[in-house]
Design a binder for this molecule. Sequence first.
Ligand code: HEM
Length: 400
Amino acid sequence: MSVQSSPTELVYDPYDYQIDENPHPIWKRMRDEAPLYYNAQYDFYALSRFQDVLEASLDAQTYISGRGTVIELIDEPMQNPPMIFMDPPQHTAFRKLVSRRFTLAQIGRLEPRIRKLCGDYLDPFVGAGGFDYVADFGAKLPVMVISSLLGVPEEDQEQVRIWTDLSLYRAPGETGLSQAGAAAMGDIRDYWHGLIRERRARRRDDVMSELIDVELRERDGTPRKLTDDELFAFYLLISSAGNETVARFLGSVATILSQFPDQRENLVANPHKIPNAVEEVLRYEAPSPIQARWCTRDVELHGQTLPARSKVALLTASANRDEREFPDADRFDVDRKIDRHVGLGFGIHFCLGASLARLEGRVAIDETLRRFPRWDVDTAGLERVHTSTIRGYCNVPILY
Ligand code: HEM
């Protein structure tokens, strides 16, 4: 149930669809009036100022991820958590194992494949007058890119994408998997277990092949390799962290650039500014706006106490609009000098896929502007996705 906010009452309900339409005015009030905000209805605290979110992200002993990072799902520590729900020292060890595969140099090798995919998706719409920028392009691209990264052969990638789509689909008002979605999840699991078996027999030049050979140390120091289930769990993590985020990011690209045509013209005339535009979009509309944590000790903040054993929402999307850090923060400006933002997180859980997200963003914007230097969004067809972890559109019809 949502609570309406009156002019005097400050209510931030992360599940309220109306607030989700444009949470920025409420987040601004929180930064100004209640920098340590408490929501009694759902029993969580929220930090909304840049400095507070940054410091909390850097203090992984006080603000832990081991009980989950989705506000409504924070609970007891999990048995076999994915990396994003681990704390040190387990997180440090696992992150070290995988981060070498996600460096700029490694990821950069995917650029020709990403450009080719962009061309394949966008070319059919040249001269067509319009298409859905997210459904027809933004949501498809990241699934194919992650398949390429992990080693799914090109001829299987479209099938994996279709299964992934089915597994992500939620009927309006539903939060769980549909029957078709559950079947598709089964197909994905079977497919990956088959692929892992093949890679064990014969390595290729892909991340899965490399992960098969990495050595993990047990607590007593005994070395061991990752099991098939752990390798599949890693695929699930990358797929859940790297598909929807990029799709929502590209939805924001389409809506923001149509809202600010002067900024779009600037990019068409100066494509070298596109990398900075990627950072500005991540700052202006962070696709992953809330990172939740469990607080392990009492913390004094703004004359109040954030109590131990409480849930805390780090509002990264609010922090990115904090006027204390970003002058004229509500202005979208591809020329803005951005030294840092928290749109990809910060600290030990900083987005593992940051280089890939940035590469996909840069190439997608470049390939889009080359073909479509101008467009309008058909606002009647805009459709949002509503979850407490991701914010953005699943449908962005554009006309040109
Ligand atoms: C625009 C796209 C993306 C955005 C906005 C985004 C955002 C984020 C954020 C905010 C975090 C920090 C979570 C936390 O502190 O709890 C994070 C972590 C993570 N992201 Fe991304 N992400 C994006 C794309 C990707 C991609 C493409 C991949 C994979 C290839 C990926 C994989 C991960 C993983 C594995 C983590 C967990 C890292 C850890 O716990 O050490 N992300 N991401």
